[in-house]
Design a protein around this ligand. Structure first.
Ligand code: HEC
Length: 338
C-alpha cells in the first residue's frame, strides 16, 4: 500500500484492532505515523483512508489493551517530529459511530465505488479524483509520475454519480480507470468538509454489478472523457507566504531547521542557505542560487551536500509534485531566511 510522503512520512507501527470493545475501530488496521503524530485508518476493502486523529505526543508503538479492549499508544522524541511533547501515553477512543469515512471503497474499471453510513452526495463536483505512480529506485523517496511516465499528476473527471439500485453505495463514473500506485479521492463529507482517501490498486477489476446493485447501469450515456493532465494555469501564483505554507504542509521543516541549528534534523539548516557556497560530497563547490535550489528539490541525488548521505531520512525527490510556481514560492521563502 502506498501513501504520499506528505500524508505519512515515517510509518513506524501497525496495530490490528480485533476487540469488539474498541467500537467503530473494531476490525480496522491502524497505521501509526511518527513524524506528524497521527493514526491512519486502513479499512478492509478500502486500500487506505485517512482518519484525522492527531496527537501532541510523538507516537512509536500502538497496542490493544486486553483489559479494556481500547487502543493505546506510547512514544517519545527520537528524531525531528512536530509533536509538542517530549513523551507520553495516549488512548484512542472513538466517540461516535460515524467517522465520515466510507465503510467500503474501491476503484473498478467503471469508476470508484463508495459506501457510506449516511447518504453520499450525488454531485460530481463534490468529488475530485487524481492519480499518479511512483518510481522504485535505490534513492530515498519518489516523485509523482503520470501513466505516460512523465512527471506529474493526472486528474480523472467524475462524469456522473450513480446511486446503487438496491444497494447502499454510489458509483463515481470514471470511464476506463486504470491501475495506479496512488489514487487520491477528495470528497465532501456529511458535514460539508473536504476529506481525502488514498487507494493503491495494482488491478481495477470490473464492477460486480449484481452484487453491488448496479444491474441497470448504462454507461453509454456517459461522454467518454478520459483522464486530463492537470493544467498549470490553475496553479496559484508564486509567493513567499505560499512557500512557507508548502514547507510546513510537506514536512520540509521536520528535516530542515530555520534557525541555523542541526540538532534533531536530518538535513542542513535553511538559514543563510540562499546565495551561500555549498560544498558537495563529490568535491564540487556551487552557489545556492535559484537553479541549484530547484534541482535540490527535484533531483536531490544530483548534488548531495558534503557530510550528508542520500538514503533513509535523506532528501526525497519532489519531481512531479511541485509546479514551477511552487518551486518559485519555496525559493522566495528560502531567500527570506537570512
Ligand atoms: C526526510 C528528511 C527531509 C525532508 C522531508 C526534506 N529534506 Fe531537504 N534535505 C534533506 C537532506 C538530508 C539534505 C542533504 C542531502 C542532499 O543535499 O541531498 C537535504 C537538502 C536539501 C536542500 C539543499 C540544501 C543545502 O544545504 O544545499 C534543499 C534546498 C532542500 N533539501 C529543500 C527541501 C524542501 C523544499 C523540502 C520539502 C518540500 C525538503 N527539503 C524536505 C532532508 C530532507
Amino acid at each position: 500500500m502506498w501513501l504520499p510522503h506528505r500524508i505519512a512520512q515515517s510509518a513506524i507501527d501497525q496495530v490490528w484492532v480485533r476487540d469488539v470493545r474498541a467500537g467503530p475501530l473494531h476490525d480496522s488496521l491502524l497505521f501509526v505515523d511518527y513524524y506528524r503524530p497521527r493514526v491512519i485508518k486502513v479499512l478492509p476493502w478500502i486500500e487506505g483512508g485517512e482518519m484525522t486523529a492527531a496527537f501532541r505526543t510523538p507516537l512509536l508503538k500502538g497496542a490493544v489493551n486486553p483489559a479494556d479492549g481500547q487502543v493505546y499508544f506510547v512514544g517519545m522524541q527520537i528524531w525531528g517530529s512536530t509533536a509538542e511533547r517530549l513523551e507520553g501515553l495516549c488512548r484512542l477512543r472513538a466517540l461516535t459511530d460515524d467517522d465520515g469515512l466510507p465503510v467500503r471503497a474501491r476503484v473498478f474499471r467503471e469508476g470508484v465505488y463508495l459506501e457510506f453510513r449516511d447518504e453520499a452526495s450525488l454531485q460530481p463536483d463534490d468529488y475530485r479524483l487524481r492519480g499518479w505512480n511512483y518510481h522504485r529506485s535505490a534513492e530515498y523517496g519518489s516523485g509523482q509520475f503520470r501513466t505516460d511516465g512523465e512527471p506529474g499528476v493526472e486528474t480523472w473527471p467524475v462524469a456522473r454519480v450513480v446511486r446503487a439500485g438496491n444497494g447502499h453505495g454510489v458509483l463515481l463514473v470514471v470511464p476506463d480507470a486504470r491501475p495506479l500506485m496512488q489514487w487520491e479521492l477528495s470528497y465532501v463529507d456529511g458535514a460539508r468538509e473536504w476529506r481525502e482517501l488514498y487507494f493503491s490498486q495494482s488491478v481495477t477489476p470490473s464492477l460486480p454489478r449484481e452484487r453491488l446493485g448496479f444491474v441497470d447501469l448504462d454507461l453509454s450515456v456517459t461522454a467518454l472523457a478520459s483522464s486530463e493532465v492537470e493544467t498549470p494555469s490553475t496553479a496559484p501564483a508564486a509567493s513567499l507566504q505560499r512557500g512557507r505554507e508548502l514547507a510546513t504542509r510537506f514536512g520540509c521543516v521536520g528535516c530542515h531547521s530555520l534557525d541555523g541549528s542541526t540538532e534533531g534534523k536530518s538535513g542542513p539548516t535553511w538559514r543563510g542557505l540562499f546565495g551561500s557556497l555549498r560544498r558537495l560530497q563529490d568535491g564540487r563547490e556551487v552557489v545556492a542560487d535559484e537553479v541549484y535550489l530547484h534541482r535540490a528539490i527535484l533531483d536531490p541525488a544530483e548534488d548531495v551536500v558534503e557530510g550528508y548521505y542520500p538514503g533513509e531520512g535523506g532528501m526525497p525527490s519532489y519531481r512531479g509534485i511541485f509546479t514551477y510556481e511552487d518551486l518559485e514560492s519555496l525559493t522566495l521563502y528560502l531567500r527570506s531566511l537570512e
